[in-house]
Design a binder for this molecule. Structure first.
Ligand SMILES: [Fe+2]
Ligand SMILES: [Fe+2]
Length: 359
């Protein structure tokens, strides 16, 4: 606690009383400001921002209680002590509702006034301490939550990375997926896509690396085959969506629903990232808006990245303008045409992500 004297503003229109209170409170160690009406009082508040205010109700012009009501939102820290000749219950109630600490009725002795000011000072100190304590607590909780989220996120990312390491020709694919989907979804949010809020963006960022986690269940002979898959092999490859989403369903069952946010999105992207807008995809052949939004976003990013970098079955990458043309061409068949429109606006940013996070 600082050793600075506590400051009190006395708002009192009666000059003799005002002078007496000023002298008396100064004598008792307070730093005192005085005001004869609410205009003066407001000026003092602005300039000196005192800790306490002893406020008379009956003032020329604006009444003390109306003044209190008006300045309350701007000076929530101010400790208020009401002083008035008017012993009226409704005014007391109004003052207390506005957060006043106490109420003294005129005429009062200087001793009574001092006790009331001291009481207000104690309550003010207590309230200030509690607020500081509360702030420290909130900061600690926020910091801890952030730490837990970072550890969680890193663990999940490492798991996805581990799954991906079997066909590690794709290098930084998972890192890039986070940024492609983020760029696209952010622009969609700007274009007032209702479903996309901060939480959606964060979940998508955290969940997108999980999309191919089910590939752990695909045999090497198929996963690492440096040629086109046979129809049977392709059928096996398709099961990665089911394997991955089943794992995530199990994980979701293990955690409280309110903490399952990004796992739920992980489940959606894992299961539905190979669905096509016209219903020709897998595993369920969902059509149009039946396909979860996150999966419709991610499938464009996944397609872009698959072509922007060499793959085991295709040793050279496809130039950016060609990929953009291919995505545009498949609007309405493979991809959601409205999302393709947005993609075309941010295609340059996709290229930048690819250049920044090269394998
Ligand atoms: Fe996949
Ligand atoms: Fe992928």
């Amino acid at each position: 606690m600082s050793s600075e004297p506590v400051s009190v503003m006395v708002v009192e229109d009666e000059p003799v009383l005002r002078g007496m209170l000023e002298t008396w409170l100064k004598k008792n160690g307070y730093r005192v400001f005085v005001a004869a009406d609410t205009t003066e009082a407001e000026r003092v508040l602005e300039m000196a921002n005192p800790q306490l205010m002893m406020l008379d109700i009956c003032l020329p012009g604006e009444s003390g209680i109306d003044f209190l009501e008006r300045i309350n939102p701007t000076y929530p820290q101010l400790g208020v002590l009401i002083s008035s000749a008017e012993d009226e219950t409704s005014t007391v109630v109004r003052a207390m509702k506005l957060g006043a600490f106490d109420y003294i009725v005129k005429p009062y002795s200087l001793q009574t006034c001092l006790l009331a000011v001291k009481g207000a000072e104690e309550r003010w100190q207590l309230r200030t301490q509690m607020q500081r304590h509360q702030q420290v607590l909130e900061r600690t909780v926020t910091e801890r939550t952030r730490q837990i989220e970072t550890v969680q996120d890193t663990t999940v990312f490492l798991m996805a990375k581990l799954a991906q390491s079997r066909d590690d020709e794709t290098g930084m694919h998972l890192e890039r997926m986070r940024f492609y989907t983020n760029v696209l979804a952010k622009r969609m949010a700007k274009a007032s896509w209702q479903e996309i809020d901060e939480e959606f963006l964060l979940s998508l960022f955290r969940a997108s690396p999980l999309h191919d986690i089910g590939k752990v269940g695909i045999p090497d002979a198929i996963l690492l085959k440096p040629a086109k898959l046979t129809p049977e092999e392709f059928e096996t490859m398709k099961t990665h969506t089911g394997i991955g989403s089943a794992c995530l369903s199990d994980a979701i069952d293990q955690v409280p629903p309110e903490t399952a946010g990004f796992l739920q999105m992980g489940h959606l992207v894992t299961r539905y990232h190979h669905e096509n807008f016209d219903g020709s995809g897998y595993p369920e052949g969902l059509k149009g808006l039946q396909i979860p939004l996150a999966a419709r976003i991610l499938s464009i990013a996944d397609f872009y990245d698959a072509l922007a970098f060499p793959r085991i079955y295709r040793p050279t990458s496809v130039p950016h303008p060609e990929i953009v043309a291919m995505i545009r061409k498949q609007a309405g068949t493979k991809f959601d045409p409205e999302i393709v429109e947005i993609f075309l606006e941010v295609a340059d940013e996709f290229q930048k992500v690819a250049q920044r996070l090269t394998d």
